[in-house]
Design a protein around this ligand. Structure first.
Ligand code: KG4
Ligand code: ZN
Length: 342
C-alpha cells in the first residue's frame, strides 16, 4: 500500500441497516484500505430471522470497535478522511439510527462532510468497486432480502426504477421457504446448498410473470405454491425430498429474475447488466445470466460474494461518487426505514 497523499480522497463507509455492523476505508474510489464486517447472523440464527431489537443492541455493542479497527487497519486517522458515508435507509430503524448517529458524531468531530447513502444504491455501487470503468447506460438487477428492483442508470445519480416486487422480495421468499424446509437462516445460501443434490424439474412451481410486458415481480404466490405442496404432503403423511423442493423453487425464482432482466435489457437497449444484493451471491443465478448474456453480447458484472451481502465497502464506493459532486447530507440527517430508490 502506497503512503496516504494529501490529494487522496479517503471515504469511510458505514453500514448498519440490518444485521451487519460494517465499515471500510476506500481510497480514490477503487482501493480498499480496510474492510471490517461484524455479522450478527449467529445471534439471530436461533430465532430463525433477524430480531430488530437485538440487532440494534448488537450494533451499539460493536460499533466503536468496528470503526476503530477499520481506521487502524487502514492506517488513517479521522483527520485524514475526506468524508464519512453512511446508510440512512431503507432498513430497520433502530439499526439505522446507530450508524447515522455514529457517523454524524465522527464526521462532526473530524470536521469532514457527512454523506447519506441509500442502501439499495450502495448494493448497486458494489459493482463500481472492482470495475471503476463501468460505463453508462446500464441496467441493474438488485435482488436482496428486502428488495427486488430493475433499475436503469443513465449516469451517476441518474436512475429510473423500471420494476420492483409487488409483494415479497426474492431473498425474503428464499428465506421463508428455507425456514419451512427446516434449513435455517439466512435461507438463500441454505437453499443453494440443498439444491446441489436436488432435481430442479421435480416440481413445476409457477413462474409469476404478471401482465404481459410487466417488469414488476411477485414472489408471494410462488412461495405459497411451495408451502401448499409441503402442507398437503404432510397431511397425507408423504415425505418430500428437501433437495428437490429447494432446487425446484430456486429454479423458479431464477427463471423469473432472468426473464424479467432480459425483457428490461431489450426494452432499454442497455448493453451492460450489473447484478447486486445478497441474492447476487447465488451461483446458479450468476451462471444463468452469464449464459444468456454471452449469446446476446451484453456485458455482465456481479460483485464478489462478500460485496453482495451487506457491507461497508459498497457504502464507501457510493459515498465516493456523491463526494465527487459534493452531495453532502445536513447535520440533521435522520434514519428513513422505508426509503425508496426514487
Ligand atoms: O443484501 P442483503 O445482505 O440484505 C438486504 O439488504 O436485504 O441480502 C440478504 C438476502 C437474504 O435473503 C439471503 O438469504 C440472500 O440475500 N442470499 C442468498 C445467497 N446469499 C445470500 N440468496 C441466494 N443464494 C445465495 N448464495
Ligand atoms: Zn442489503
Amino acid at each position: 500500500m502506497s503512503p496516504i497523499a494529501s490529494s487522496d480522497i479517503l471515504i469511510l463507509g458505514v453500514e448498519t441497516s440490518c444485521d451487519e455492523t460494517s465499515a471500510a476505508v476506500l481510497r480514490n474510489g477503487r482501493e480498499l484500505l480496510s474492510h471490517i464486517i461484524s455479522s450478527q447472523i449467529s445471534t439471530h440464527q436461533k430465532y430463525g430471522g433477524v430480531v430488530p431489537e437485538i440487532a440494534s443492541r448488537e450494533h451499539l455493542l460493536h460499533f466503536q470497535g468496528v470503526m476503530h479497527q477499520t481506521l487502524s487497519e487502514a492506517g488513517v486517522k479521522f483527520s485524514d478522511l475526506s468524508g464519512i458515508a453512511v446508510t440512512y435507509g431503507p432498513g430497520l430503524v433502530g439499526s439505522l439510527l446507530v450508524g447515522v448517529a455514529g457517523a454524524k458524531a465522527m464526521a462532526y468531530a473530524a470536521g469532514v462532510p457527512l454523506i447519506g447513502i441509500n442502501h439499495l444504491e450502495g448494493h448497486i455501487y458494489a459493482n463500481f468497486l472492482n470495475t471503476p470503468d463501468l460505463t453508462f447506460p446500464l441496467l441493474a438487477l438488485l435482488v436482496s432480502g428486502g428488495h427486488t428492483h430493475l433499475v436503469y442508470f443513465e449516469g451517476h445519480g441518474h436512475y429510473q426504477v423500471l420494476g420492483h416486487t409487488r409483494d415479497d422480495a426474492a431473498g425474503e421468499a428464499l428465506d421463508k421457504i428455507a425456514r419451512a424446509l427446516g434449513l435455517g437462516y439466512p435461507g438463500g445460501p441454505q437453499i443453494q446448498k440443498a439444491a446441489l443434490s436436488g432435481n430442479p424439474h421435480a416440481f413445476e412451481f409457477p413462474r409469476a410473470m404478471l401482465e404481459p410486458g410487466s417488469l414488476d415481480f411477485s414472489f408471494s404466490g410462488m412461495k405459497s405454491a411451495v408451502l401448499n405442496t409441503l402442507n398437503s404432503a404432510r397431511m397425507k403423511g408423504e415425505e418430500l425430498s428437501v433437495p428437490d423442493i429447494a432446487a425446484s423453487f430456486q429454479q423458479a425464482v431464477i427463471d423469473v429474475l432472468v426473464r424479467k432482466a432480459l425483457l428490461a435489457l431489450e426494452r432499454t437497449g442497455a448493453k451492460t447488466l450489473v447484478l447486486a444484493g445478497g441474492v447476487a451471491a447465488n451461483a446458479l443465478l450468476r451462471e444463468r445470466l452469464t449464459e444468456e448474456l454471452q449469446t446476446r453480447n451484453i456485458r455482465f458484472l456481479y460483485p464478489p460474494s462478500i460485496f453482495c451481502t451487506d457491507n461497508g465497502a459498497m457504502i464507501a464506493t457510493a459515498g465516493y461518487y456523491h463526494y465527487l459532486v459534493q452531495d453532502f447530507a445536513p447535520w440533521n440527517l435522520n434514519a428513513v426505514p422505508g426509503l425508496n430508490l426514487a
